[in-house]
Ligand binder design. Structure first.
Ligand SMILES: [Zn+2]
Length: 381
């Protein structure tokens, strides 16, 4: 995959080189022929190396082409991108910084080099410097969508939700879009952060508003139920659970451990609510998550009791393996089931297909929010 991207970048760079040479030949017919000749052989050698899948040697030749014609800033830009795609961030940074130091650099190329330098810093993990550099781009062009998107990504990655929310608002204004669900997830994260800082009222106010404005945001229903349970408002918690069950039933298993951590609420209302959900669909994943949560919170005997109460009989092979891993006797089959279980990826992104062991609300691969869901057993088999 990386090779394919690198190859594409090198091909793009070659395209730029050829275009630049061709354009110069076209627009400057009086240029001495020997200057063109000096650039053509390394270019051809570069393409040749490219075709024989030797990107390193191709790059060396292309650097030579760029040196022979110092004013071809486009070539330098393409080379910088190539170095970055190859993981050579230091060289990419130097190329783009050298470009920016040129007093004669045209305005549009100056902007491209500024942006490229920001991308270099981001790719190299220097997020603070990347943000400063994107800010320079945005100072000169406040509607630069790619710079706004990249800055938003970094703020999300650093869990700076308020700043991420501001950037998303700016993006919406520039694009003329309304990313309601994205806003809802960012605000839910803000509320979760407030809750972790013991600001329960602040968290509740935000999350109640999110649930009202974006009922499709599953994370908000979950957090609201969690806050209700913390406050001892069991009826509101059950109401939030019902809403979550209606909006996105596949996320209900995430709530069961939280419910069991509030033992009284589970005994008085939660157990009955889960029985009701189970009766509706006989969803195996719900039953397994429930029995597992009981096992963790109250031990194997209580877990067996729960399985008996709901008369749970695993019908699929994965369900059998999960149950054996949890409640089987200490014998080879149980150990093998546990091994199988620990290697399982339980969640997958519906946008990009990436699979994960743990649940998260934003996909780290495609950055989509709310796209990761539990894998149905038949999908994982
Ligand atoms: Zn994804």
């Amino acid at each position: 995959m990386t090779n394919a991207i690198l190859l594409a970048a090198i091909l793009a760079a070659c395209g730029v080189v050829i275009w630049v040479l061709w354009r110069q030949q076209d627009t400057q017919p009086s240029k001495p022929a020997e200057q063109e000749d000096a650039r053509i052989p390394p270019l051809l050698r570069g393409i040749n190396f490219l075709l024989s899948d030797e990107p390193d040697r191709a790059m060396k030749e292309l650097v030579h082409v760029a040196k022979l014609q110092t004013e071809t800033a486009e070539v330098y830009l393409a080379l910088g991108d190539m170095f970055r795609n190859k993981g050579e961030f230091g060289r990419a940074v130097r190329i783009h910084q050298n470009l920016l130091a040129r007093p004669d650099l045209p305005q549009h190329l100056h902007m491209q080099a500024q942006f490229a330098l920001a991308v270099d810093f981001q790719a190299g993990g220097l997020l603070g410097r990347a943000l400063q550099q994107y800010a320079r781009v945005l100072d000169r062009q406040p509607g630069h969508i790619a710079a706004l998107e990249a800055s938003l990504r970094i703020r999300e990655q650093s869990r700076e939700w308020e700043l991420a929310e501001e950037l998303l608002q700016r993006l919406d204004r520039v694009r003329g879009s309304n990313s309601a669900l994205h806003h809802a997830y960012l605000q839910t994260e803000m509320a979760r952060q407030k809750l972790s800082r013991k600001d329960e009222d602040g968290a509740l106010a935000i999350v109640q508003q999110v649930v009202e404005q974006a009922p499709g945001c599953a994370a908000a229903h979950l957090l609201l139920a969690e806050i209700d349970l913390k406050r001892g408002d069991v009826e509101s918690a059950v109401n939030s659970m019902r809403q979550l069950h209606a909006a996105a039933p596949y996320y209900l298993p995430l709530l069961i451990p939280v419910l069991l951590s509030h033992g009284e609420a589970y005994d008085s209302h939660g157990h009955a609510f889960l029985c009701q959900c189970w009766q509706e669909k006989h969803d195996e994943q719900l039953a397994i998550a429930w029995i597992r949560a009981v096992h963790t919170a109250r031990g194997a005997e209580e877990a067996r009791k729960t399985a008996r109460e709901i008369a749970f009989e695993p019908r699929s092979l994965p369900a059998c393996l999960h149950m054996t891993a949890m409640l089987g006797k200490e014998e080879p089959l149980t150990l093998a089931s546990r091994q199988w279980q620990s290697a399982q990826k339980n969640y997958a992104c519906s946008e990009c297909g990436a699979k994960f062991v743990d649940m998260r609300w934003q996909c780290p691969q495609c950055h989509e929010w709310g796209s990761i869901r539990p894998i149905k057993d038949k999908d994982s088999a």
